[in-house]
Design a protein around this ligand. Sequence first.
Ligand code: ADP
Length: 273
Amino acid sequence: MLELRALTKTYRTGDKALNAVSLIVPQGQVVGLIGPSGAGKSTLIRCINRLVEPSSGEVILGGTALTGLSAGALRRQRRRIGMIFQEYALVERLTVMENVLSGRLGYVGFWQSYFRRFPPADIQRAYRLLDRVGLLDHADKRADALSGGQRQRVGIARALAQEPELLLVDEPTASLDPKTSRQIMRLIIEICAESNLPAIVNIHDVPLAQQFMQRIIGLRAGEVVFDGPPSDLTETALTDIYGAEDWAAMRKGDEEQGEAEAEQRRILARIGV
Ligand code: ADP
């Protein structure tokens, strides 16, 4: 379980990015974090693993307060948090297997990792994870030979190789087409359910969040202005989160995107693809 207590972040520039955010994410729950640009979504995710140092408040993961830990203790605790990134953050010239095993680097010693000698249990686990994300046949390929969706699957397997107690997911589908986005989101949801893992997913795509998330948190100007199931995310709630103008612009953007895709489908159908 993850608990945030009055988490606040004011940057040195004076920008108050988070204002006393309190929430609890129970085991197995996947929370979608939505909100306009600048609402504080990235800051929230980064304050949880202290890549950004909170100004005040507490982050408590499974009973341990991460806020207030020394640098060394924090490094050990960070293993408990798996990160999945928008741009996958793979080492392109390494193989898929090596990328997944890099999730174990927080556990093996320096020389072991230098010579890339991982314990057999880690290697077995990596194979199991590659099987789970549908990439067993690609274990020996270089990461740069994969498609975007496959790269994100490697990113997911690497995060799981850490045996995390929490997943932080930052716009995992922002670089993917709509179909692949849905597949990746489904995979994340299924894996969290199987492993009883809590997750926070920073997601800019509102329909995707509505389709897949059990709970949605809406941030606006560093404050939680919505917290509930997707069914409660009405037009009024969305206007509260995004503001009338931005929400109208986003909807228009979606419609245009939808029209562009429909046009593409019509062209493909005409030429018989
Ligand atoms: P989001 O992810 O929702 O777009 P961010 O967390 O990136 O929002 O930003 C929240 C606020 O904090 C914005 O006003 C942004 O300008 C500010 N901010 C973010 N990162 C920094 C930084 N490194 N230094 C100063 N201000 C920042």
